[in-house]
Design a protein around this ligand. Structure first.
Ligand SMILES: NC(=O)c1ccc[n+]([C@@H]2O[C@H](COP(=O)([O-])OP(=O)(O)OC[C@H]3O[C@@H](n4cnc5c(N)ncnc54)[C@H](OP(=O)(O)O)[C@@H]3O)[C@@H](O)[C@H]2O)c1
Length: 294
C-alpha cells in the first residue's frame, strides 16, 4: 500500500463527515476525497463503481446514513436503501478494488436486557426500522468485504455540526423554563471529533505498520463513562448556563415512534487494546462541544 493514502469520506456533510473534514487539515500529505450525497450517492451502484475506478481510494470512511430514527418508521424503504444497500455496494467495490472500508453503525442494534457494558459478540436485537436497517448494513459490510471491512458501532453521537441532542437541549433550554428528559435510558455520549480522531489514528497505524486483516469485524467506540440522557442534558445545561430546570422522566412519559434501547453502554476494550487508543471521558467531549459552540 502507498505510504500516503487516498481517503474517501462519504456523507461528508453530516456530523461525522464534517469532523473528518476538520481533521483532514492535520494530514496534508493524505488525499481526502470529501463527498456529500450530491457528489456521490451511495445507493447508486454505477456511480460508486465509476468513482472507485477513477480515484482508487485506499480507504473509504462511510459516514453516509439515513439517521432520522423516528421518521424511518414511516420510510422503511428509504432507510433500508441508504443504511443497508449503500453499504453493500461500497463493500462490494472495496473488496474488488482492494480498498479498506470503515463503516459506522449504532448501539441501537442492541436492545436486550443488559446491565453490563456490551462487548462486540453480544447478540443483536434491533427493535426499530432504523436499527434493523443499520444491522443489515453491518452484515453486508462483513459479508461482502470480509478482509477489509471494519464496522464501528458508536452511540449518542453529537458534534458542533448538524442536528443532535446537545444542540436541541441548548436551543430549547433558552426557550422553555423546564425540559423533561428520560433518565431510564443509559448509555454514553460520543463526541464525533473524538471518534474521527480515533479512526484516523487507526488508519495511520495500519498505513505505517500494515496490518492487512486486523481491522475487519465489529468494533465498539464511544467516549468513556456512563450516563442517562437526563445526566447528559443536565451537563449541557450547566456548561451552557441555561436558565431552565431539567426534570428526569421515564421513557413511557416521552413516547417516540421508534423504540430506544434502555441500556447501550459499549465496552471499548477491543478497540483500545488493538490500536493503543486512549478514549476521553464523555464530560471532556461535552466541555469541548460547549467551547466550540460558544
Ligand atoms: N447521530 C447519532 O446519534 C448516531 C449514533 C450512533 C451511530 N450513528 C451512526 O454514525 C454515522 C454518522 O452519523 P451522523 O450523525 O454523522 O449522521 P448525519 O449527520 O445524519 O449525516 C449523514 C450524512 O449522510 C448523507 N446521506 C444520506 N443519504 C445519502 C446517500 N444516499 N448517499 C450519500 N450520502 C447520504 C446525509 O446527507 P443529507 O443530509 O443531504 O441527506 C448526511 O450528510 C451513521 O452511520 C449513523 O448511523 C449515529
Amino acid at each position: 500500500m502507498r505510504q500516503h493514502p487516498i481517503i474517501l469520506v462519504t456523507g461528508a456533510r453530516g456530523q461525522l463527515g464534517r469532523c473528518f473534514e476538520d481533521l483532514s487539515r492535520q494530514f496534508p500529505q493524505w488525499a481526502f476525497l470529501l463527498t456529500g450525497a450530491q457528489e456521490l450517492d451511495i445507493t447508486d451502484r454505477r456511480a460508486i463503481r465509476r468513482f472507485f475506478e477513477n480515484h482508487r481510494p485506499n480507504w473509504c470512511l462511510n459516514c453516509a446514513a439515513y439517521t432520522a430514527v423516528d421518521r424511518a418508521e414511516d420510510e422503511p424503504q428509504q432507510a433500508q436503501r441508504v443504511n443497508a444497500l449503500g453499504p453493500r455496494y461500497l463493500a462490494e467495490v472495496c473488496a474488488q478494488i482492494g480498498s479498506r472500508l470503515i463503516h459506522f453503525s449504532t448501539d441501537y442494534v442492541y436492545h436486550g436486557r443488559h446491565y453490563l457494558p456490551l462487548r462486540e459478540n453480544v447478540p443483536t436485537h434491533p427493535r426499530s426500522v432504523y436499527a434493523r436497517s443499520k444491522l443489515s448494513g453491518d452484515r453486508a459490510v462483513l459479508r461482502y468485504c470480509p478482509a477489509g471491512g471494519m464496522v464501528i458501532r458508536t452511540s449518542w453521537l453529537y458534534s458542533p455540526y448538524g442536528h443532535n441532542f446537545a444542540h436541541t437541549i441548548a436551543r430549547l433550554g433558552r426557550q422553555r423554563p423546564e425540559l423533561r428528559v428520560v433518565f431510564d435510558q443509559i448509555g454514553t455520549p460520543t463526541y464525533a471529533p473524538h471518534l474521527a480522531e480515533a479512526v484516523l489514528h487507526i488508519v495511520d497505524r495500519v498505513q505505517t505498520h500494515g496490518q492487512p486483516n486486523s481491522i475487519s469485524g465489529v468494533w465498539h467506540y464511544s467516549n468513556e463513562g456512563v450516563c442517562s440522557w437526563y445526566d447528559f442534558a443536565q451537563t449541557i445545561a450547566d456548561l451552557k448556563q441555561l436558565p431552565c430546570r431539567i426534570t428526569p422522566i421515564r421513557t413511557e412519559e416521552y413516547p417516540t415512534a421508534a423504540a430506544r434501547p434502555p441500556f447501550s453502554v459499549l465496552d471499548k476494550a477491543k478497540i483500545k487494546t488493538a490500536f493503543g487508543l486512549e478514549i476521553p471521558h464523555w464530560r471532556r467531549g461535552a466541555e469541548q462541544w460547549a467551547m466550540q459552540t460558544a
